[in-house]
Write a protein that binds this ligand. Structure first.
Ligand code: GLN
Length: 340
């Protein structure tokens, strides 16, 4: 390359870097504004049906966005830990698909939205759980990925989540104990599924695997990084490690899109338009393919069991960035493209 051409290249690189920097500052400003706008919203109630969850600080509110090239933007209480709860379900489903393949997995769990609460005690016409995002489906999935001894399957799950978050994660054993002691509804679901032979005879081990998965401690920054790993075709943006087999991620994302927010799933797809998953501790994560992962946390929940401020923050973020999957104008998505 002659020296004029090389000067030109370096000028272009500099202006691209400037552009990235500038858009990064704009994204940070958007997050700061969203945090300020909703930080005083006090609606909803902290979940108490798992007694240990009742100890959460209702004031906590964190937002985090991580790009597929590993830049992290944070606002509020992004460093506070909470249990992942139902946000574990898409990842466990992904692991079941990787271990058992599509055909076997779909013998144990369907892909239809149930329109019912997450803990409803019902199966579909084929006597399978409706989908892997309701408790019944998640317990069936846990049954598929558990190992003997059960500690090994649990460790596998924690390791995989740690690789996705690029941080060593751990289980909150107090929450797990609390959930195990009071989880009679989940036991009822498991016994019903045993009756229909959806799960094998190691029912207690399947439940132990499920309760452990729900009790992994994360921050909303972890959720955003895990989501960014998914968005980055299963490869962690920082370590470069291939954490998930990307041929199955489209199935995981589809179920998140149609069933991720319990009986608000349709409303969420309509208004927010992202594959996402919520949990009863107050976390929500969302994925924008090849662009970003979003993680939010606020423990007060609405009647469907979704984080009130989490939903508000995601709605605002996706509308400001134009991230809705079917947004034709998609101004914001091209904004995001400039970031990457
Ligand atoms: N561990 C919780 C339960 O099984 C998970 C539910 C949730 O986050 N919606 O009840």
């Amino acid at each position: 390359m002659d020296s004029a051409a090389s000067t030109e290249t370096s000028r272009n690189t500099t202006s691209l870097n400037d552009m990235k920097q500038e858009n990064g500052s704009r994204l940070q400003a958007i997050l700061d504004k969203i945090y300020e706008k909703y930080k005083d919203v006090d609606d909803g109630v902290v979940a108490t049906y798992i007694p240990e969850l009742g100890k959460a600080n209702p004031a906590h509110f964190g937002i985090c966005v991580t790009t597929t090239d590993g830049r992290v933007f944070r606002a509020g209480d992004y460093g506070k830990e909470f249990t992942i709860q139902s946000c574990c379900k898409p990842f466990a489903f992904q692991m079941a698909l990787e271990q058992c393949g599509l055909e076997k997995t779909f013998k144990h769990v369907g892909v239809e939205p149930s329109g019912e609460a997450f803990n409803s005690i019902e199966l579909d016409a084929k006597s399978r759980p409706f989908n892997p995002m309701v408790n019944a489906g998640a317990i069936a999935v846990s049954s598929l990925i558990k190992r003997a001894p059960v500690e090994e399957g649990i460790q596998d799950f924690v390791d995989r989540m740690s690789d996705a978050a690029h941080r060593r994660l751990r289980i909150d054993y107090e929450v797990m104990r609390s959930e195990t002691l009071t989880g009679n509804r989940n036991r009822a679901i498991a016994y019903m599924m045993r009756n229909f032979e959806v799960i094998d005879e190691y029912l207690h081990e399947s439940l132990q695997q499920y309760f452990a998965q729900c009790s992994v401690l994360v921050t909303c920054e972890d959720l955003a990084m895990m989501a960014a790993t998914v968005a980055n075709m299963g490869r962690n943006p920082i370590s470069g490690k291939q954490v998930f087999d990307f041929q199955y991620l489209k199935y995981m994302l589809t179920i998140m899109f149609t069933c991720g927010l319990y009986d608000y799933a349709g409303g969420w797809a309509y208004e927010v338009g992202l594959p996402a998953k919520s949990g009863v501790a107050g976390g929500i994560f969302g994925v924008v393919n090849r662009q970003i992962g979003i993680g939010v946390y606020s423990p007060k929940l609405d009647a469907q069991g979704n984080s009130v401020r989490g939903i508000l923050a995601c709605k605002e973020l996706t509308s400001q960035l134009g991230l809705h999957a079917f947004d034709f104008t998609n101004v914001g998505s091209s904004f995001m493209q400039w970031m990457l």
